[in-house]
Design a protein around this ligand. Structure first.
Ligand code: GRF
Length: 197
């Protein structure tokens, strides 16, 4: 089974997928890593694992007077050329248009550091932390869900609660959440590829 992973940043979740693949626990292999940022450290992680990479920045399209839709169409064309069984958004920070999503409907999943219906969108961990400090939240969580055009709203595949603890600094909550992400995402990929989710 062929997996294409989209990243924007450090790629610690990509690394978790690579490690799971090397343990034979991913249920498929990562055929391509795509980044929308040239500086994403995840590109280095992919190269170290001999995984082909492709970088496509929105800025390059804007500089050529092209639109966001042009960007998404080209991205979809490139990803589709690898005939993926599954597209995984792992720390991907670009809202994809229906033009892209519709091409991979039912086989595109996203990792989001929050529970279903809570804290949709960017900076979810920071917002959870702020609510914890304000006393209006005692726990948050992580989910992997199918991607639909509405951001972070698709059917959940796996979710896990993450407690906020007295004395937590933001970095403590982030570390606790990332540790859960690194276990949840590879497990969700395997479940989807084996057809049980
Ligand atoms: C993760 O918390 C992911 O859920 C969020 O951004 C972070 C990216 O982490 N979308 P990494 O790039 O996988 O290290």
């Amino acid at each position: 089974k062929k997996i294409v992973v989209l990243i924007s940043g450090s790629g610690s979740n990509l690394q978790a997928l690579i490690d799971a693949q090397q343990r034979g626990e991913l249920g498929g292999h990562i055929a391509l890593v795509v980044s929308n940022r040239t500086a994403a450290y995840g590109l280095t992680r992919a190269a170290s694992a001999s995984i082909p990479t492709h970088t496509q920045t929105l800025r390059a399209f804007r500089d050529q007077g092209k639109s966001r839709e042009d960007y998404d169409r080209e991205l979809a064309r490139h990803v589709a050329s690898h005939t993926p069984d599954l597209v995984v958004l792992a720390g991907w920070m670009h809202i994809l248009s229906p033009a892209f999503i519709d091409q991979f409907a039912g086989r595109i999943i996203n990792l989001h550091p929050a529970l279903p219906g809570e804290l949709d969108g960017a900076h979810a961990i920071e917002r959870a932390y702020d609510e914890f400090k304000a006393g209006s939240r005692s726990r948050t969580g992580v989910m992997v869900h199918y991607v639909i055009p509405e951001v972070d709203k698709g059917q959940p595949i796996l979710t896990q609660d993450v407690p906020c603890q007295q004395g937590d600094l933001l970095e403590d909550l982030e570390a606790r959440i990332h540790a859960v992400e690194h276990e949840l995402l590879p497990r969700a990929v395997r479940l989807v590829l084996e057809g049980s989710k």
